[in-house]
Design a protein around this ligand. Structure first.
Ligand code: SAH
Ligand code: SF4
Length: 346
């Protein structure tokens, strides 16, 4: 334990560590000192505010076949939907009226929306005085550029795993190199860029997770979303073991220590796999919650994995606020960009 404590101290001071050091800390049994150090670093760099981002899951159509995901194209047992452009804008309006300062548009890779549609939604939603985050998958650079020009502020695209072999296995038809190209383009175009990984994918090791952490640091990601892998029915991984919550929390903590001023959500996957998952994420370095703004029938169909909480947008928002208050933290009042000194927003 002594070596682990030394590494944690170094992380608190220098926000850096070598691969072997990260692996060592990922393997410790008693994660308490790590989580406490991350919580202190969170307080010091981003304070007590927890930012709320209203999540709109606009489509469950997807052309891809990621092995872990319930929305994969080959899942024929799922009723598919896409929200109309008008419905997306209306839902965003309701969320903005509820006080949310960021709207996140997330969905499968769905050709139903043209680039013009996406840009139109961005422009209209920006009129509500909110920040707009997109999480719509891989696009060529010119498309990201148009989205940025239409006013999108942020983009989430997880690398999922930086191990090329595991990436190849999990993502038939996708290329690791193109994923990295997308992230580079997003950064370059001035998006606040979010990435992240799945924790506990079959075949994943601590060494691979350490490499993921190094990748996040090298990219200087502005947001990192991490969640435990949750086996989803009707996928090839339906009968695999789920990811370990404690390892996911250690990853959250290490991200906070390595990139002290970024935004880190306590993710839906954490909240789904453990009853107190959101709270534990917020106590381990996270400073963001993304309440679901979807209406009932859509939300059930957006089944990346099973077990998502039911409820109206109001209930999700209320629930998030209660968790924040129960921790004596404050609800974010602004749009919650990364600390101004780092902002590439122009
Ligand atoms: N299609 C877009 C956005 C929707 S998927 C994209 O892939 O980027 C959003 C995230 O859900 C993915 O990045 C993935 O990490 C996560 N996810 C998918 N299936 C999951 C599962 N079974 N367990 C946990 N997280 C999952
Ligand atoms: Fe599609 Fe995203 Fe699911 Fe992959 S993770 S199948 S890209 S929705």
């Amino acid at each position: 334990m002594e070596r682990a404590l030394q590494i944690i101290n170094k992380l608190q001071r220098e926000h850096d560590a070598g691969r072997d050091e990260l692996i060592h800390v990922l393997k410790i049994d008693d994660s308490k000192p790590l989580l406490v150090a991350a919580d202190k670093t969170r307080e010091r760099f981003v304070g007590d505010e927890v930012h709320l981002r209203g999540l709109i899951e606009l489509t469950n159509f997807c052309r891809n076949t990621c092995l872990y995901c319930g929305l994969r194209a080959q899942n024929k047992n799922l009723k598919r939907y896409h929200m109309s452009v008008g419905d997306v804008i209306k839902t965003a309006r309701v969320a903005a009226d509820m006080g949310l300062k960021t709207i996140v548009l997330q969905g499968g890779e769905d050709a139903y929306y043209s680039l013009e549609d996406i840009c139109y939604m961005i422009t209209r939603i920006k009129e509500f005085g909110v920040a707009v985050t997109l999480s719509l998958g891989e696009f060529p650079r010119y498309a990201y550029k148009k989205m940025r020009q239409a006013g999108a502020d942020r983009y989430l695209l997880r690398i999922e795993t930086t191990n090329k072999r595991l990436y190849g296995k999990m993502h038939p038809g996708l290329s690791f190199e193109n994923r990295v190209r997308c992230l580079g383009d997003l950064k370059d175009l001035g998006f606040e860029t979010g990435t992240g990984c799945l924790v506990g994918l079959p075949g994943q090791t601590y060494d691979m997770l350490a490499d993921d952490l190094i990748f996040f640091k090298e990219l200087d990601a502005d947001m990192i979303g991490l969640g435990p892998f949750i086996p989803s029915p009707d996928t090839p991984l339906a009968h695999q073991r789920p990811g370990d919550v404690d390892v996911a929390l250690k990853m959250v903590a290490l991200v906070r220590l390595l990139l002290p001023d970024i935004n880190i959500p306590s993710t839906t996957a954490l909240g789904t796999i453990a009853g107190d998952g959101y709270k534990r994420g917020l106590e381990s370095g996270a400073n963001v919650i993304m309440p679901n703004m979807g209406m009932g029938h859509y939300k059930k169909l957006y089944s990346l994995y099973p077990g998502k909480m039911a409820g109206s947008p109001q209930q999700h928002l209320g629930n998030a606020k209660n968790i924040i208050r129960s921790l004596d933290r404050r609800i974010g009042t602004g749009q919650g960009f990364r600390a101004v000194s780092h902002s590439c927003f122009n």
